[in-house]
Every structure is written in C-alpha cells, then in structure tokens.
Design a binder for this molecule. Structure first.
Ligand code: BG6
Ligand code: MG
Length: 223
C-alpha cells in the first residue's frame, strides 16, 4: 500500500461481515415468529440487521396483525429465548466460517500497519470472534454493553476510533446493515457496504460480497 495514504484504521461490523451469523439471527427470530404466528420474511429481516435484540423484537411484534400487546417482562422472556436459540446455533461456528476474503484482508491490514477494530451491536460478539479464532487480530473490540446509543447512532464507531487513538476521518467502516452504514457516516468515516447495490444510498463503496474487499482498491477510493 502507498505509504502516503492516510487510512489508519478499518472498523468492522461482525454479523454478516466477518462471518454469516446474520443468518443465525434470522433463523432464531424466524422460530420465535413462527411460534407467535407472526409472518417473518427475509425482506423484513433486513430491517433487523444491526438493530439491538430488544429493538428487533419490538419491530417484529409490530408486524403482528392484529397487533399483539406484551408486557416488558414478556418481551424480555421472548428476547431471552431468541438469544438461547441463537447461542445454540453459534456453537457450530469455527474458523472455517470466516467469510471469503476476510482472512486475506485482515492479513493485508496488519502488513500495512492499519489498525483493526470491531464495532458489533451483538452482546455475543466476543464469543463469536473467539470461535472464529480471530480475537487477537482486533486491536479493539467495543463492549456494546457500555454504550448508550444503538446504530444508526455513531457512538459505537466513534468509541472504536477513540480507543484506537485514530481520527474518525482516517477510518473505514465495513457494514452489511443500513443502520450500520448510517452509523459509519454519522461518525464521519468512509463507509463500505457489503450487499445489494441498491440498498445503501449513503455508502461510499458498495461491494457485492466480502471476497471483493481489497486494501489497495479501498485505499485509493478512500484517498
Ligand atoms: C447485530 C445483528 O450485529 O447484533 C442484529 O445484526 C442483532 O441482528 C444485534 O439483533 C444484537 O445481537 P445480540 O447477539 O446481542 O442479540
Ligand atoms: Mg451486520
């Protein structure tokens, strides 16, 4: 990489970017929805990406017709059950589940002295990166339980940059969720979206999949 490039850090989302746990979140919510008799499509699931567990449940319950009223305690129980299903699913995660191109991209960042952060909204993030065998690759893993605001608020990305000691304008954020891309932009970072070309109006770069992550290319676009 060109040494003159001012890129100093890449901050990753986890679910759907480093590994396909977005699919496991979907499967766990689908099981809960089926039990409650609420229709739950993959299209609707896109709205839950990057969204916290309890807010995801509220969005899901908002789909019910006629509307279903749940107490806070009942909602907490439902959210806990979803999490148990999810935790069961992630037991099978191994290093082979890193998405295509991620190991090479991370290696390239390290070779070039670009810092690496993780900004995941998931309280299960640490377990997942441990199962993937990449915990030590991250210079910082933001503890989401210490944050006040959820994506699309920029807090999680700003916290990652501050912990890395890097100006947000010198960071690239990588996301697969609209809420996440909006959080990156609100943090004044360069946003790389993974997914559908038409789904991310605010992204600086949209790549169809993680195999297309290339430091040289991104650094050029970034500068
Ligand atoms: C995000 C996922 O990374 O984490 C969301 O995109 C999920 O789907 C959120 O709801 C919270 O995850 P968890 O593991 O704390 O329920
Ligand atoms: Mg994600």
């Amino acid at each position: 990489m060109d040494k003159a490039i001012s890129l100093q850090a890449v901050i990753f989302d986890l679910d759907g970017v480093i590994t396909d746990t977005a699919e496991y979140h979907y499967q766990a919510w689908k099981a809960i929805s089926d039990e409650l008799g609420i229709s739950f499509s993959r299209e609707f699931n896109e709205n839950l990406k990057g969204v916290s567990r309890i807010d995801s449940l509220k969005l899901l319950l908002g789909q019910a017709s006629p509307p279903l009223a749940y107490s806070n305690e009942e909602m907490e129980q439902l959210a806990n059950r979803k999490n148990q299903l999810y935790q069961e699913l992630i037991k099978k995660v191994t290093p082979a589940d890193l998405l295509p191109g991620i190991p090479e991209f991370i290696a390239d960042l390290k070779r070039n002295g670009v810092k690496i952060g993780l900004a995941s909204a998931s309280k299960n993030a640490l377990v997942v990166v441990q199962r993937l065998g990449v915990e030590s690759d991250f210079d910082i893993i933001v503890d989401v339980t210490k944050l006040k605001h959820n994506k699309p608020d920029p807090e999680i990305f700003l916290t990652a940059a501050a912990s890395l000691g890097v100006d947000p304008r010198r960071c690239i954020g990588v996301e697969d969720a609209v809420a996440g891309v909006n959080a990156i932009k609100a943090a004044n970072m360069f946003a790389v979206a993974i997914g559908d070309r038409t789904a991310f109006p605010n992204a600086d770069v949209i790549l169809p999949d993680t195999a297309q992550l290339n430091l040289g290319d991104l650094a050029k676009r970034f500068s």
